[in-house]
Structures are given as structure tokens and as C-alpha cells.
Write a protein that binds this ligand. Structure first.
Ligand SMILES: Cc1cc2nc3c(=O)[nH]c(=O)nc-3n(C[C@H](O)[C@H](O)[C@H](O)COP(=O)(O)OP(=O)(O)OC[C@H]3O[C@@H](n4cnc5c(N)ncnc54)[C@H](O)[C@@H]3O)c2cc1C
Length: 393
């Protein structure tokens, strides 16, 4: 057995967390602090370095700061002070300065995904971690959940939390099977080493049906992302060569040629079809989904990690005792559904605008985007990142 059921109502809640990404790790840390019995199963057989960089926006950073976790990430983090959108030649279309928020609220950072994961893993204390393990069956039975695992063991839990990412097994098993919606464009990510860019500026360049993003990290590294309007699951895009990739983005100026030249081999390019996960309810019985498993979204607003962090803190703060788990899940749904759906929609819309593939419409887009008053963008982002009621009172 992976877990021993405990009968007394005042005994610590037994919780199974499926998936050790940002959502699963954050939740484990938060629930450990409450003294619950946590088992975390992760399908990977070891905690090994995983892809690319990630931007931690100020709403996620604020939570890390509030719960005393920011210090473990800071040694690996690079501060972002400006976010620019430009055309493909590098002409500025809009610019967003984050300095005011850095003082009054929280900073924005970029970090290698692996460093973020490692820092969180090091903070796990009492969680029982089972690597190389996944679930084969999950059954809601009254106020318990029965789970069978790939290692032939089984367990009974008060609560199971699916943190298993955009293609969640937990979601496919207990919730709807058909909720991933392709957004019409594919993306590649890679890390360029040794190319000097503006260290505190995140830039997204808009072309015609193509975008290129420049995300400076620490230690002379740059996380680059590129997207192209395309049919889903194109073998040509999935298996693109460095040479073809260079050709595809040859119309982009500024730092882009140097960054692409830093690419050495085809396998340095990480490919994803970008999808939204659209689910109406995040829990069923005693099983709840958080992070990408619940609401995977396009990375256009770089909100995926922060949404996972927000989910974890709201769920952890809501869980009180075993007899009130249903109520806690209801509260979680009420607190998180509209929030995550609206961020997902905004991110999707921004992607559609950036990804326009008609040259006339792109000229019109660029012309209008430059004329949007800064305060509109500031207000919108303030509402999204600062003035949201993430935590329950
Ligand atoms: C191209 C791209 C760029 C992105 N850039 C950003 C960015 O800059 N900023 C940002 O905030 N977000 C970004 N995101 C989104 C961000 O990566 C996700 O929102 C975030 O990782 C979600 O965390 P998670 O823990 O929910 O899922 P994941 O990080 O996907 O973690 C899921 C974990 O579950 C494990 N797992 C999966 N299935 C099982 C199973 N059956 N059993 C056990 N374990 C399982 C996986 O191995 C993994 O460890 C980006 C996403 C993409 C695709």
C-alpha cells in the first residue's frame, strides 16, 4: 500500500498528488506545512533537467514571497523590468515598465525551469515521493478515493489532486476526455548561450503568421520561443531542422539572427502544439485538478506557472479538515474557475492578434497597437496581475 487509511476524523488528511511539476510541488510544500500526509507520484523515473526557461510573473512571485519561498529561487532568477512588443524589424509597438510594481507589489523574474523545479524539490520535507510511478485506476468511493498504481500497489485517500499537466491522466480518467483545443499555431523553444541581449527586457516580435520571443535568463543564457501559424501536429514542424528553422525566421532582425545562429543541433529545438484546456468543473467527488491539468493555456501571457501557484495556494488554504473536503473543493472551484478562464481567454486573444497571418491585417494591427494608450495596457495588466482576489478571506 502506498498509504494507510486513517479512520479518526481529526487525524491528518491523506492526500495523493499526481504529478511533480510546478503545481504538484507547490501544493505538496503548502500541504506539508499543514501537517497532512502527502504522497506524490511522478511518472518520470528521476528528477532530471527539463526544458527551457520560464517567466514568473509578479502575481506568482508575490505568492512565493508571501509564503517565504522566493529566497530559494532568487539565486537562479533574472529580473525583468520591461516587456516590449515590436514588429519583426524590432520597431517598438508597445512597452510595459514593471518598475512601479517591483516596488509596490512584486518583481517579475525569468528562471530556468529546471532550477525552479530543483529549488522546490529541495523544499519538500515530509512528502512521500514515488518516482517512476503513475496511476492505472482512480475510483471515487463515498468519501474516499481508491487508486491503483503502475507498480501494482494501491492506496486509499481522502483527496486526490491531479497535477499531471496538459494531457492529464486524472482528467482523462474521471473528467471529460475531449477538452484540449488546439489554438492554431505551433511553437519551438530553445536556449541560446553566449548571445548578449538586454538583460532586463523581455521582447516579443510580431511578424506575419510568426512570432519570436526573447527572454533573458541568468548566466548569459537566453530562452527563445518562436511560433508559426500551422495545422496541428505537423510532422514537418515537429522534426524541423536548424537550417529550415533559420529560413523560417530569416525575416526577423535585431538579436534574432544571432540567437538562431547559436542553435547547434535539431534536438535543441523543443516543439509544442499550443492548446487550451477548457473544463467547466475542476473537481469530481474527492478528486480535483489544478494547474495545466485543469486549465492548460497558451503561454502568450506567461501565466501558466503563476496560475498553478495560485491554484496550489488557494486549494491549500481552503483545505481544513476531513469532514469539510467537499466544501473546500466547492470554494476552490468558485475562487478559481472565472479567474483561470479569463486569463486563458486573454492569453488566447493576445496569441490570435500576434499570430495574424494576413499582411494587410498585420500592418493595420501594428499601426493600431502603437496607438493604444499605455494606460489601457497598464490598467488591464494591473487588474489581471495585482487587483485580483486570488486568496480567499
Ligand atoms: C511552449 C511553452 C512555453 C511556456 N512558457 C511559460 C512561461 O514563460 N511562463 C509560464 O508561467 N508558463 C509557461 N508555460 C506554461 C507552463 O509550463 C505550465 O503552465 C506549467 O508548467 C504548469 O505546471 P503543472 O505542474 O500544472 O504541469 P507540468 O509542468 O506539465 O507538470 C506535470 C507533471 O506531471 C507529470 N505527469 C504527467 N502525467 C503523469 C501521470 N500520469 N502520472 C504521474 N505523473 C505525471 C509530468 O511528468 C510532470 O512532471 C509554457 C508552456 C509551453 C507549452
Amino acid at each position: 500500500m502506498l498509504s494507510t487509511p486513517i479512520q479518526e476524523s481529526h487525524a491528518p488528511i491523506d492526500i495523493l498528488i499526481v504529478g511533480g511539476g510546478i503545481a504538484g510541488l507547490m501544493l505538496s510544500i503548502m500541504l506539508e506545512r499543514k501537517g497532512y500526509n502527502i504522497t506524490l507520484v511522478e511518472q518520470a523515473t528521476e528528477w532530471k533537467p527539463i526544458g527551457g526557461g520560464i517567466t514568473l510573473t509578479l502575481n506568482g512571485v508575490k505568492i512565493l514571497q508571501d509564503i517565504g519561498l522566493l529566497d530559494v529561487i532568487l539565486p537562479y532568477a533574472n529580473e525583468i523590468r520591461h516587456i516590449n512588443i515590436t514588429d519583426q524589424q524590432g520597431k517598438k509597438l508597445s512597452s510595459f515598465n514593471l518598475d512601479g510594481y517591483a516596488v509596490s507589489y512584486a518583481k517579475t523574474f525569468t528562471v530556468l525551469r529546471h532550477d525552479l523545479h530543483s529549488a522546490l524539490i529541495r523544499r519538500l520535507a515530509n512528502t512521500r515521493v514515488c518516482l517512476g510511478t503513475s496511476c492505472t485506476a482512480i475510483i471515487n468511493e463515498g468519501n474516499k478515493v481508491k487508486v491503483s498504481f503502475t507498480n501494482k500497489q494501491s492506496g486509499i485517500y481522502d483527496l486526490v489532486v491531479g497535477c499531471d499537466g496538459i494531457n492529464s491522466f486524472v482528467r482523462r480518467t474521471l473528467f471529460s476526455n475531449n477538452v484540449n483545443k488546439y489554438c492554431g499555431y505551433a511553437s519551438w523553444r530553445f536556449i541560446a548561450v553566449g548571445v548578449e541581449v538586454q538583460q532586463n527586457t523581455l521582447t516579443e516580435m510580431w511578424g506575419v503568421g510568426k512570432r519570436f520571443g526573447i527572454v533573458p535568463l541568468r548566466d548569459n543564457k537566453v530562452h527563445c520561443f518562436a511560433s508559426v501559424t500551422a495545422l496541428q501536429n505537423s510532422a514537418a514542424n515537429r522534426n524541423i531542422s536548424v537550417g529550415d528553422f533559420k529560413g523560417l525566421f530569416s525575416g526577423f532582425a535585431g538579436y534574432v539572427p544571432d540567437l538562431i545562429n547559436a542553435l547547434k543541433k535539431n534536438s535543441d529545438l523543443m516543439y509544442n502544439d499550443l492548446e487550451d484546456v477548457c473544463l467547466k468543473k475542476y473537481y469530481k467527488g474527492r478528486v480535483v485538478l489544478i494547474g495545466d491539468a485543469a486549465h492548460g493555456m497558451t503561454p502568450n501571457m506567461t501565466q501558466g506557472a503563476s496560475m498553478a501557484i495560485e491554484d496550489a495556494i488557494v486549494l491549500a488554504e481552503n483545505l481544513t479538515d476531513r469532514s469539510a473536503i467537499e466544501k473546500s473543493l466547492e470554494h476552490f472551484q468558485a475562487a478559481r474557475w472565472h479567474r483561470t478562464r479569463s486569463v486563458q481567454k486573454k492569453s488566447n486573444l493576445l496569441g490570435k492578434i500576434g499570430q495574424l497571418d494576413n499582411s494587410y491585417l498585420c500592418r493595420l494591427r501594428n499601426y493600431s497597437w502603437q496607438r493604444i494608450p499605455d494606460r489601457w495596457i497598464q490598467n488591464d495588466l494591473r487588474n489581471l496581475l495585482v487587483n485580483n482576489r486570488t486568496r480567499l478571506d
